[in-house]
Ligand binder design. Structure first.
Ligand SMILES: Cc1cc2nc3c(=O)[nH]c(=O)nc-3n(C[C@H](O)[C@H](O)[C@H](O)COP(=O)(O)O)c2cc1C
Length: 186
């Protein structure tokens, strides 16, 4: 086992090691407006029902659209969309039609009015399950009510944000440790 030499590290930057999940694109719709935002702040809270919490800053246009419509789609992009993902996170739906600007195709969902992004590997249709943390923490707890996942490739090259403009791209997969799991932990 490795014995690491360590140094003090600023607590406000520990996110650089903890933000694990892939960067996602959150699409929303309210009345005749649609929008997309880039989001790293999500967490799986429960498997069944499938609950995901999302940190959506109140200054974002998406915040209002999602708060009012009580739904969204969580779309999982792959590395080929990385430039677009960053650009989407650097402009606002207040003055940009992001579907048009970035050449993305909105596709109708089956359970929510928010559009799926066709170019993303997976699309999770979500309805708001708990708004109790919205005012205090800008955290929306969503239930995934329908999931659409590409059949190939089996393991998508997702992108993971490490802060300071740095991404990790998902890499090697292994099932080497699977036999160590208790079945109920899988
Ligand atoms: C890599 C990356 C990750 C981001 N993660 C979040 C996040 O978790 N929560 C959030 O509110 N904004 C996040 N943002 C910023 C929003 O995407 C950005 O404010 C966006 O432009 C909001 O768009 P809107 O005003 O159209 O809703 C992130 C941006 C980037 C580039």
């Amino acid at each position: 086992m490795t014995k690491y030499t360590k140094k003090d590290f600023p607590v406000e930057n520990v996110r650089r090691f903890l933000e694990p999940g892939p960067i996602v694109l959150v699409s929303s719709a309210h009345h005749d407006q649609t929008n997309i935002m880039t989001m790293g702040g999500h967490m799986v809270m429960e498997f069944s029902p499938s609950l995901i919490s999302c940190l959506i800053a109140s200054g974002n246009r998406s915040f209002e659209l999602i708060r009012k419509s009580r739904q969204c789609v969580i779309n999982v992009p792959t590395v080929d969309l990385a430039t677009t993902v960053v650009k989407i996170g650097n402009c606002s739906g207040r003055d940009t039609d992001k579907f048009f600007e970035f050449g993305l195709t909105p596709k109708a969902g089956t359970h929510v009015r928010a559009p799926l992004i066709e170019q993303c590997y997976a699309n999770f249709e979500c309805t708001l399950a708990d708004a109790g943390w919205v005012n205090k923490y800008n955290v929306f707890v969503f239930e995934v009510v329908k999931a659409h996942v590409a059949t190939s490739p089996k393991v998508p090259k997702t992108i993971h944000y490490r802060g300071d403009g740095e991404f990790m791209i998902s890499g090697a997969e292994t099932r080497k440790y699977r036999r160590l799991f208790k079945p109920q932990m899988l």
